[in-house]
Design a protein around this ligand. Structure first.
Ligand SMILES: Cc1c2[nH]c(c1CCC(=O)O)Cc1[nH]c(c(CCC(=O)O)c1C)Cc1[nH]c(c(CCC(=O)O)c1C)Cc1[nH]c(c(C)c1CCC(=O)O)C2
Length: 349
């Protein structure tokens, strides 16, 4: 199926585009009343994730309602630990919770590499349905958590400000940490490859807890495994989003990925200088900007677009959109990117 709108894919590959493509991390869900209507008719988040027809429906909602240039498959990064043997729950208004965690070799030895077809078939099915229903309108983004971020949840069993239990293991049991990170990495590579075979046009690796590691540990326990993933995926472009990893930008230049995501703390010009000309940059408006007035959003979005310039940029927020954001304000952001970047591109050619 040929894509009618392939701006995102061309921008990721560094090809010329008529304007800057735009989508939002966490666009599927939460902010849309249409999502909440589907969600409230079910027992919970996990039922939605594991019901392919409904996951496909909420994946496509932001394409129809917001006008974004890509869909991102509705799922969660935590399906990988589940497939490895740690079931998760999603506690209303609190977030993920794992009844069992990894404390030592006894727990590790009970884990397995994810068997993607049998354990994660529901995600692959959702991708196939979504691709069919999208009918080439926009590309579909597949995704997974970075091994380090998944490791954090498998050790702690829930969110944490410091993830000190997970970080403690890097000091006390570095060999176990490496073995667990490798098992997550191997599972993730199979998973992303299966997503691509099912139809994902590009994949993104979310390292949401990158920013809590010291730089040497980040290289050793996160980037090393992300690099394995990037090297293994040759079929489609790969985006690496490492939230808070400003200190690792120079090394990101050597990753075998096409796109690097920036959070809103990262200066655009400095990031371009450190990461180099051979990567597309994605981001990085402060999600709180969308609480501002229409004029403030327009001004901030134009400033961001001027900062990145017309080539090798995918417009996005610097992290996921916050749940209480007004969808109308999201549209102001999206429409400003579309209109202003079209002018930028036409004057630069
Ligand atoms: C760290 C992380 C998680 N999940 C994810 C990350 C990495 C991205 C990031 O840093 O934000 C990734 C994720 N989670 C979800 C998606 C869907 C696609 C999208 O729109 O981006 C994606 C890409 C659905 C979801 N995942 C979750 C929801 C809300 C649950 C609900 O609808 O009840 C959705 C729509 C739940 C979730 N899942 C997770 C947490 C901490 C929570 C609770 C807090 C929250 O809501 O963000 C783990």
């Amino acid at each position: 199926m040929e894509l009618q709108n392939d701006l995102l894919i061309r921008a990721a590959k560094g090809e010329k585009t008529e304007r800057t493509p735009v989508w939002l991390m966490r666009q599927a869900g939460r902010i849309l009343p249409e999502y909440r209507a589907v969600r409230n008719s079910l027992s919970g988040f996990i039922e939605l994730v594991t019901t392919p027809e409904l996951a496909a429906e909420v994946t496509i909602q932001p394409v129809d309602i917001l006008g974004v240039d890509a869909a991102i498959i509705f799922s969660d990064i935590l399906v990988i630990p589940e497939a490895m043997g740690l079931k998760y729950e999603m506690v209303e208004k609190k977030g993920p919770w794992f009844p069992e965690t990894v404390n030592g070799y006894d727990d590790f030895n009970k884990l397995r590499k994810a068997d993607v077809e049998s354990d994660l078939g529901y995600v692959l099915e959702a991708i196939k349905i979504t691709k069919k229903e999208l009918n080439g309108r926009v590309p579909l983004i597949g995704f997974a958590g970075a091994p380090w971020t998944i490791f954090c949840y498998m050790i702690e069993g829930q969110g944490s400000k410091t993830f000190s239990k997970a970080r403690r293991m890097l000091y006390n049991e570095p060999l176990l940490a490496d073995q667990l990170l490798q098992l997550i990495t191997d599972s993730t590579i199979d998973y992303l490859k299966a997503q691509i075979a099912a139809g994902a046009d590009i994949v993104q690796v979310f390292d949401s807890w990158a920013g809590i590691l010291p730089p040497d540990h980040y290289q050793k326990y996160s980037m090393k495994y992300i690099a394995q993933i990037c090297d293994a995926i040759e079929e489609v472009p790969v985006t690496v989003f490492a939230k808070g990893a400003y200190f690792a930008r120079q090394e990101m230049r050597h990753l075998n990925c096409q796109t690097v995501g920036l959070d809103w703390n990262m200066d655009i010009q400095e990031s371009r200088r450190l990461i180099g000309e051979n990567k597309t940059l994605q981001g990085n408006l402060d999600p709180c900007t969308l609480y501002g007035s229409t004029t403030e959003i327009e001004t901030a979005t134009r400033k961001m677009l001027d900062g990145f310039g017309p080539s090798r940029h995918i417009a996005n927020l610097g992290h996921g959109v916050y749940p209480d954001t007004d969808p109308e304000k999201v549209k102001v952001f999206i429409n400003t990117v579309k209109e202003y970047s079209a002018v930028m591109h036409s004057t630069s050619n």
